[in-house]
Design a binder for this molecule. Structure first.
Ligand SMILES: [Zn+2]
Length: 281
């Protein structure tokens, strides 16, 4: 008798554990039953994004994140910025002068990342943030992308990630990869990405499928769309949106909203930034 009730008790315990495990697995990581997340990002404030990306995003009812350098490299008009904001997209930081390593032959003398010290970068980030705030961005939610994915400044190449952390909510790097935030090791100040202009459409859709299989967060980094530098064709861009539109399991959202979700989940995040890869702009 004692043996039998003990056995029943164990069976009940085993069933309870199985049930709770199933519940956690069914709940998943992403909101509203979505199984993975894709963020569409557009760098450098370039005209083809206005001409091609915006109408395609509008037709697909999707929101993107536009990392736009302010100041002298601004290539958008105020009307362009107003349109991006009014259509519900995220305007985000990318410095003022877009400092990249001196080894790039297009970097203007004096504006290489090696030419910066903390004070100069801090001033530039403050100006960048002020531009965003004047364009309707909530200061505590502003996000950032490191120009060229380069997280270091000065001849000694020291990190300026701490300056970004003091001012921004989250930041995208250019290290290749798909984040799996449920594993708790996503660094929200150097979120990995996949470059949208690389190889062909099949490769891009493979990245999306890969993110779905891993239940991860794919951040696609576009530059030109149907024109300008590092471009994807307008047709291929449209196909990526169509693929996402036809997948009920994906949450397509801005960098800020995805980062806020990841931040809100009770898993530890790394705070140290690994060395930056040097790809994309
Ligand atoms: Zn850039």
């Amino acid at each position: 008798m004692f043996f039998k009730s003990k056995l029943n008790c164990l069976l009940f315990l085993a069933a309870s554990i199985a049930a709770s495990t199933t519940t956690v697995a069914e709940e998943g990581y992403w909101p509203d039953g979505k199984t993975y997340c894709v963020t569409l990002t557009y760098d450098d404030g370039i005209p083809s994004q206005i001409a091609h990306a915006l109408p395609q995003l509008k037709a697909a009812k999707m929101k993107g994140t536009f990392f736009c350098p302010g100041g002298v490299t601004y290539r958008w008009s105020q009307e362009d910025l107003d349109q991006i904001r009014d259509e519900g997209h995220e305007l985000a930081g990318h410095t003022i002068n877009h400092p990249c390593a001196r080894k790039n032959d297009w970097v203007k003398p004096g504006n290489a990342s090696e030419d910066y010290d903390d004070a100069r970068m801090a001033k530039e980030l403050d100006e960048n943030l002020a531009n965003l705030i004047s364009n309707g961005v909530q200061s505590e939610l502003a996000t950032f992308a490191y120009p060229c994915g380069n997280t270091s400044i000065g001849e000694d190449k020291h990190s300026y990630v701490p300056l970004v952390k003091e001012r921004f909510f989250a930041a995208r790097g250019t290290q290749f990869g798909i984040e799996i935030p449920s594993q708790g090791d996503t660094d929200l100040f150097e979120v990995k990405t996949v470059a949208g202009h690389e190889r062909d459409l099949a490769y891009q859709l493979d990245q999306v499928t890969n993110a779905r299989e891993k239940q991860g967060w794919l951040v696609i980094m576009f530059h030109g769309v149907g024109g300008d530098h590092l471009a994807i064709s307008a047709d291929d861009h449209k196909e990526i949106l169509r693929f996402l539109q036809n997948d009920d399991s994906v949450w397509v959202t801005t960098f800020q909203e995805a980062a806020a979700w990841v931040k809100s989940k009770p898993v530890a995040t790394k705070t140290t930034a690994p060395a930056a890869a040097d790809y994309g702009e």
